[in-house]
Design a protein around this ligand. Structure first.
Ligand SMILES: *Cc1c(COP(=O)(O)O)cnc(C)c1O
Length: 397
């Protein structure tokens, strides 16, 4: 029975799943092995060495491909291993790439530290304004890499509008879809050529692994990605693949709850007197709400907000949290709260940080699956304590 016609909850649990031909276990087995025996010289069962391929990693790729709606997917040890392999597969010295200014910090570092010195140049621009794309295209531009919504302000880039420009200039368009996954955003239906996922986040969903994935309808490109993955040694490990396979089963259900919890918290923050501004694509006040509603199937699980009290209030709030964890990363069942200006975006020039809307009072929440009312109670006590602290100080002055 083809899984193509199934709906997303069924696809997540059954889609592209490999069957265990050995003992018919309900879960696909973990092939925790580095290598495979050849039956005779030149005769094997399709596997030889786990840097090249591994049955459990193949099983994960089948499941990811079913989610993406592509013929296959290629799985990597981390999201950065996926992005690195993509860049080395497509770009050579003299080539140029256009990237979102709000792209993942690791991607920016990859260009700065590794690719630029090799003669591969990247321009980081505000891709939410499509005019900027046309203006940045050069004869040697090979790749446009966008991330939407952007981190941490959730700025949205119009995938369809950019795919039209990319197509006109025969440039490949890759979308880092880590924040929404194929459940909430369908890059290929909007004209993208390549989908990138850090499976570390929502795909695994349990803060148990790090991993990455690339998918495309172009089977020649898929072969190239596999060749460069084998060369760089960036393939996913069997145990992480096995864990990720379990996480994927609940992805659609988890995302529904992440979205509902994030919207509840965003609405609560929006009317809180200590809060200056809330960034959440599901709020009517979000500047790009119309584009978000058209391009995404939900607001996602990330909420950012700015405290009126600035950096000090943000620091105090984070330090007083009792239920929410102060941690980088996102997309898991545990709620994680970060202060972007001193953690994820600390490397950036302060002026650039300001230009990107990342103020020192900005806090990012990856809303987990704890009860939203418990999360609100924790955020409430942490923010309230900060407010009284500031008032007390003002009284003394
Ligand atoms: C985390 C993340 C990455 C990098 O993934 P790792 O698994 O940490 O290497 C890339 N893009 C986005 C949007 C991310 O959030």
């Amino acid at each position: 029975m083809s899984t193509k016609s199934f709906r997303e909850a069924t696809i997540a649990i059954r889609g592209g799943r490999a069957l265990d031909s050995h003992a018919s276990s309900i879960l696909f087995p973990l092939y925790q092995t580095g290598n495979f025996v050849h039956d005779a010289v030149g005769v094997d069962k399709g596997y030889s060495y786990s840097r090249v391929s591994n049955p459990t990693v193949d099983a994960l790729e089948g499941s990811l491909a079913a989610l993406e709606g592509t013929p296959s997917a290629v799985s990597f040890r981390t999201g950065m291993a996926a992005i690195t392999t993509l860049c080395f597969s497509l770009l050579r010295s003299g080539d140029h790439a256009i990237l979102s200014d709000v792209i993942y910090g690791g991607t920016m570092r990859l260009f700065r530290e590794v690719l630029n010195p090799l003669g591969i140049h990247g321009d980081f621009i505000d891709t939410s304004n499509t005019v900027n794309i046309e203006a940045s295209i050069r004869p040697e531009t090979r790749l446009i890499l966008i991330e939407t919504p952007g981190n941490p302000t959730l700025k949205i880039t119009d995938i369809q509008a950019i795919s039209r420009i990319a197509r006109r200039h025969s440039i490949l368009l890759a979308v880092d879809n880590t924040f929404l996954t194929p459940i909430l955003q369908r890059p290929f239906e909007l004209g993208a050529d390549i989908s990138i996922l850090s499976t570390t986040k929502y795909i695994d969903g349990h803060n148990a692994t790090v991993g990455g994935s690339l998918a495309t309808h172009d089977e020649q490109l898929t072969e190239r990605l596999r060749l460069i993955r084998k060369t760089l040694g960036t393939i996913q490990a069997p145990f992480e693949a096995w864990l990720t396979l379990q996480g994927i089963k609940t992805l659609p259900m988890r995302l529904r709850l992440h979205c509902a919890g994030a919207l509840r918290i965003a609405k609560w923050l929006e009317i809180h007197p200590a809060v200056k501004y809330v960034f959440y694509p599901g709020l009517p006040s979000f500047p790009q709400q119309a584009l978000a509603a058209q391009q995404q199937r939900g607001g996602g699980g990330i909420v950012a907000f700015e405290l009126k009290g600035g950096a000090e209030a943000a620091r105090q709030t984070l330090n007083r949290l009792q239920l929410c964890s102060r941690a980088e990363s996102l997309g898991g069942v545990e709620t994680l709260v970060t202060h972007p200006s001193t953690t994820t975006h600390a490397d950036l020039d302060p002026d650039l940080r300001q230009a990107l809307g990342i103020s020192d009072g900005l806090i990012r929440i990856s809303v987990g699956l704890e009860d939203p009312e418990d999360l609100i109670a924790d955020l409430g006590q942490a923010i309230a304590a900060t407010g009284s602290h500031l008032r007390a100080r003002k009284d003394k002055l």
